[in-house]
Design a protein around this ligand. Structure first.
Ligand SMILES: C[S@@+](CC[C@H](N)C(=O)[O-])C[C@H]1O[C@@H](n2cnc3c(N)ncnc32)[C@H](O)[C@@H]1O
Length: 223
């Protein structure tokens, strides 16, 4: 198991390692539950990474009918499309314009409505309430040097999380459910300390171990 995990890490972490670069040198399709998206090389790849699939499977038991749903940092948008298939009213946001353009196309082709918004975190979002918010954040502490790298790197000083936890409180309420996925590979204590500084509580509600790597889904709420 250790060897397999090391192999997966070698090709996926950090993303720009040669194996992944070769695989993602051209757009690749990705399918889930009858929905197909095309993932551009500049967009976070759900194929070889674990987090997207874990969130998709986790969503399957949630009744999203007539719920408002935000995928903050949507990447390929497969999570948004699945939420739309589950009859939610979906907003997908990202700072990656290529991701949004491909998702817009997939939304039309799959006949699954998704409102795509170019936004740095919550900055350009008009809505101030979502029943559900799903976040699969970048978490490696390095400054992103390109749009593509924003999928992986949260800034040397965890600037992504500093900004996220500052902006998030107005979206958190009794009526809202916010989930974030993180891996044991990231600096969990540091991220939790940034949350705590902003009066935000991260409660582990789901843990899974795949190819030797533990992933956690946290419910995010206000203290
Ligand atoms: C780890 S990827 C997850 C993509 C997708 N949600 C999934 O689960 O497959 C993180 C995404 O967040 C986006 N992102 C990073 N920083 C952002 C920011 N400040 N505002 C909006 N999106 C951001 C990245 O461009 C990337 O698409």
């Amino acid at each position: 198991m250790g060897l397999l995990r090391d192999f997966i890490k070698k090709i996926t972490h950090p993303f720009l390692r040669k194996g992944a670069e070769f695989y993602y040198r051209k757009p690749r399709s990705y399918s889930y539950n009858g929905i197909t998206t095309i993932v551009h090389p500049d967009v976070f790849p759900p194929h070889l990474t674990l987090s997207t699939k874990i969130l998709l499977d986790f969503m399957s038991d949630i009744d999203l009918t007539q719920k408002t749903f935000l995928e903050l940092g949507c990447g390929s948008g497969i999570i948004s499309l699945y939420a739309s298939q589950k009859r939610a009213t979906v907003t997908a946001s990202d700072i990656n314009k290529t991701a949004l353009a491909y998702l817009q196309k997939a939304s039309t082709e799959n006949k699954l409505p998704v409102t795509c918004v170019y936004s740095n975190l919550f900055e350009a979002l008009q809505e101030k309430h979502f029943d559900y918010i799903f976040i699969n954040p970048p978490y490696y502490p390095k400054a992103p040097e390109s749009t593509k790298q924003h999928a992986w790197f949260c800034g040397e000083e965890f600037e992504y999380f500093e900004a996220l936890f500052k902006q998030l409180p107005i979206y958190l309420s009794e009526e809202n459910t916010t989930y974030m996925i993180l891996s044991e590979d990231c600096e969990l204590e540091k991220i939790e300390s940034i949350a705590s500084k902003n009066d935000i509580v991260m409660k582990t509600i789901f843990t899974t171990k795949k190819v030797g790597e533990k992933n956690y889904i946290f419910a995010i709420s206000q203290k």
